[in-house]
Write a new protein. Sequence first.
Lengths: 356, 316
Amino acid sequence: MTLLSVENLSVTLNTMGGPARAVRDMTFTLERGETLGLVGESGCGKSMTALALMGLLPETARASGAVRLEGENLLEYSEAAMCRVRGNRIAMVFQEPMTSLNPLHTVGHQIGEALSLHRKLGRGEAQKEALRLLEVVGIPDAGKRLGNYPHQLSGGQRQRVMIAMALSCGPDLLIADEPTTALDVTIQKQILDLIRNLVNDLGMAMILISHDLGVIAQSVDRVHVMYGGGTVESGPTAAIFEHLSHPYTQGLFAAMPKLGQRAKRKDGAKRQRLNTIPGVVPELADLPAGCTFAERCGLVTDECRAAPPPLTSVAPPAGNASSGNASAGIAPARIVEDHFAACVHLDEARARLNSA
Amino acid sequence: MSLFLVKRFITFLATLFGATILTFLALEILPGDPALVILGVDAPDSAVEALRLEMGLDRPAIERYFDWISGLLQGRFGTSYTYSVSVLELLEARLGITIPLALMAMVLSVVMALSLGLYAASQHNKRGDVTVMGVSQLGISVPNFWLALLLILLFAVHLRWFSAGGFPGWENGVWPAFKALILPSIALATVQGAILARFTRSAILETMREDYVRTARAKGLTRRATLWKHVLRNALIPVVTIMGLQFANLLAGTIVVENVFALPGVGRLILQSISQRDVVVVRDLVVLLAAMVVIVNFFVDLLYAVIDPRLKAHDI
């Protein structure tokens, strides 16, 4: 049975400016051992999607649609039933390791808490298991760290503790919300490797949320690019990176700094400025009727503003498939059935990318 | 830890030193000649002059200040003009009323504050919250002497559960003495409890927005368990600070409340001594009260270290 199936998940926030649709019709499935990335700018709804899966939305928010964990709709669960799912079957790692641990409790206590809650372990057993988990996540001198308080640990170590905590009850699904964003670049890779290896070893499913395309590219099987609360492009990671289809995905990709640009300057060529996507993310309370990206898109037409574009299959264009692969070393485009994008001007977008 | 203690002790001494100077100056500036007050306005000038000489009032203020301080440092308290006994002797019986009264009021206000604050925070923006906040606003606004009178009217005059005032003394049994302090401590605790309840509520609400509270919920803890295990202890840190600061207000309140309930405590002694220009008693008592406030705040600082492990490692 499919582990997680999210169907038309929408989240509406009650704000001062009226109802804001923070998440719009998210639909995806996830099997055991599969990894999914949600990528997009701040405010695109990726964290809200995660909180909706956890049943931890703010009080002013309402979720609709369905979040089926092995067939059962979590949105219909009572609060008490949801408490038995959280930390047990779905666990979450948050962005800020500095503030996500309680400063007044020892590390051992905080890891042991979920164990005594869900697995009914006694204090001694819970501590023994916490010690094992600290070793699993690679904290040196774990025995000593067990009695430490969070302020005695570095940022990277705290994130390892958060991961140990999330893994403690052997969840089916791990949600990692920007797990490396607050960390030093050198630590980021260690933490990502750790998460990837653990997900592989334990056979969990994972949803990785990030605004960093680099992190996404090397960590997940499938990607949903989100904008304005909804999916604008989705598909296998390799397919998306090979065929950037939606204008927003293209913009996001162009905004990534690339190594080698400085070298060009030394050669005497003019320095290339980092690309940005013009404009700002639309107000969630005031989303346009049509494509949410319309106001920032170079290809916008009246058709875009009229109605939200449906997600359509991105069949690699047969005619220019071979010429489409500008980057060397990539095999001629595979036909990727499950690569979708929500844009009515896919052909123009693709053409524009290839000519650039 | 020892460095912390040394630092606190130095602050303690400096505060007391400041208190002695302020008290002494205030009493110097205060109009009214103690000798004249003792002898009455009709007394002959020669007699007044003789008494002034006897009391040492003819000597320069600086000299008298250092006499007083050196006496205090050697544990010698002054002798009251009006009672002609040592201040220490006056205090003995009176502290037996004021200290239990202040402690009872403190405990009562903390119990009130924590239960009301916790309840209001858990009912945030619902009817319970609004009610508690309304009542606490009322509690803050009502002056303690008036509340004391209302309590007397209801519980002593109408219901006859308590006596309207006076103190039977601890030697005549603990219960009657304790009972005599119940109404006064309620009158004292209400304002403090109401202020603290509001602080507790906002501290809890603020803590509930912390990331680690979300982490606790993500572990599967219920809202209630999160509140007790993760929020409350963190929220206590600011509450305890206010508690310490409010102790001074509580002591000031005893002066008023002891007078309303005719309790022969330290507060009443201060008021009497001031009206009788019994300078010796007033200044010793003020320094004593200042010392009590500083000591209580010292314990509050120790309490921080118990609540928050971060302080043990660094600041203490």
